[in-house]
Design a protein around this ligand. Structure first.
Ligand code: IPD
Length: 265
């Protein structure tokens, strides 16, 4: 029997330790180590070092669990649980010295596939401002001691966030989609860290969020936060959030956003 509270406590400890390392490395100066799928898709030495720390801590504490990380790939475990990790979400912000970045850690049960897994625990930690968001399935979402609840936008419109995947071939579609959701927006944010966009929807700091191109580690923890704060998070029609689409908001706003995202005329 999985003790979700124990898992959450461990994930929180590891996220804090990893975040502290990321913050320290940022203070010492950061260099881009490599570009990945596209020129804009970068990795720093700190991303790699922080992921290694997280991976080591998990392997020591829970040697039977699997791992799926942005920088070091996947390893199946025997326990049926997988830790889904983005060591530094918002790497471009991090590289430029913008303090909007986070460590994102989720523990999921089942196949390591976001279309079928069940997320048990989600932790998003923003070390530069020392804010830790966490959720346990069925137990709510929290920012420190404060229970989170998604917001309902007012007549002034919704504060929406989005992002643009690194693949330039998708940017025309991203911009067209932005044009379709703009009529329900009071304003738009492109803050640069998907896990924090989702955490902010959970916290009511954003009313909604729409993005194409996310990887499992970008949304695994944040999607649980939104659901546990009373919101809806989906992907393509009938699907869970994934590479091809992620939409997060209160149920009422979510329907309005999905209508605009998928109806192109
Ligand atoms: C990126 C950020 C960004 C989103 C990209 C992600 P990374 O993650 O979350 O906001 O627009 O799609 O890949 O590369 O900084 O871990």
């Amino acid at each position: 029997m999985v003790d979700a509270r124990e898992l959450a406590d461990l994930a929180i400890d590891i996220a804090r330790e990893a975040g502290e390392l990321a913050r320290r490395r940022r203070g010492e100066g950061v260099a881009i180590a490599a570009t990945k799928s596209a020129l804009a898709d970068i990795v720093t030495e700190a991303d790699r070092e922080v992921e290694l720390l997280i991976r080591d801590r998990i392997a020591t504490a829970r040697p039977d669990d699997g791992f799926l990380g942005e920088e070091s790939g996947a390893e199946r475990g025997a326990s049926g649980l997988t830790w889904v990790v983005d060591p530094i979400d918002g790497t471009v912000n991090y590289a430029y010295g913008i303090p909007h970045y986070a460590v994102s850690i989720a523990v999921v049960e089942g196949e390591p596939d976001p279309q079928t897994w069940e997320a048990l625990v989600g932790v998003v930690y923003a070390p530069a401002v020392d804010e830790l968001f966490h959720a346990r399935a069925g137990e709510g979402a929290w920012l420190a001691e404060t229970r989170l609840q998604v917001s309902e936008p007012t007549d002034a419109g919704a504060l929406l966030a989005t992002g643009f995947g690194y693949d330039p071939a998708t940017h025309a579609g991203d911009l067209a989609r932005l044009g379709r959701i703009m009529p329900v927006a009071r304003d738009i944010r492109r803050a640069g860290a998907a896990s924090l966009d989702l955490a902010y929807v959970a916290a009511g700091r954003l009313d909604g969020y729409v993005e194409r191109g996310l990887q499992p580690w970008d949304h695994a923890a944040g999607a649980l936060l939104v659901r546990e704060a009373g919101g809806d998070v989906t992907g393509m029609p009938g699907e869970r959030p994934g590479r091809t689409m992620t939409i997060a908001a209160s149920p009422a706003l979510h329907s309005r956003l999905a209508e605009r995202v998928f109806h192109e005329s």
